[in-house]
Design a protein around this ligand. Sequence first.
Ligand SMILES: [Zn+2]
Length: 93
Amino acid sequence: MPLYEFRCHDGTVFEATFTMAEVPDQQACPGCGQPARRRISPPRLSIAGTAAYSLTDATKSSAHAPPVVSSTGPVGRAQRYTQNPLHQKLPRP
Ligand SMILES: [Zn+2]
């Protein structure tokens, strides 16, 4: 159920949960009992700041901004793809 925020005339702010179909425009203040009006408040995105959010953010940034390559590897020598000595005996193109 969504969490709604209410504010009383004396400045008391409190929250209450209602279904979206049953949310009232006013709710009795728990401090003074006067009717408090419902406020419009930003949604609380619970995922922001978590590890899952950081991973999603990093994945999105790597898609359009890949890391900069500072070197292309050793020059003048073929790059070895395997360390197995038996592969050195295979025919070369
Ligand atoms: Zn009040």
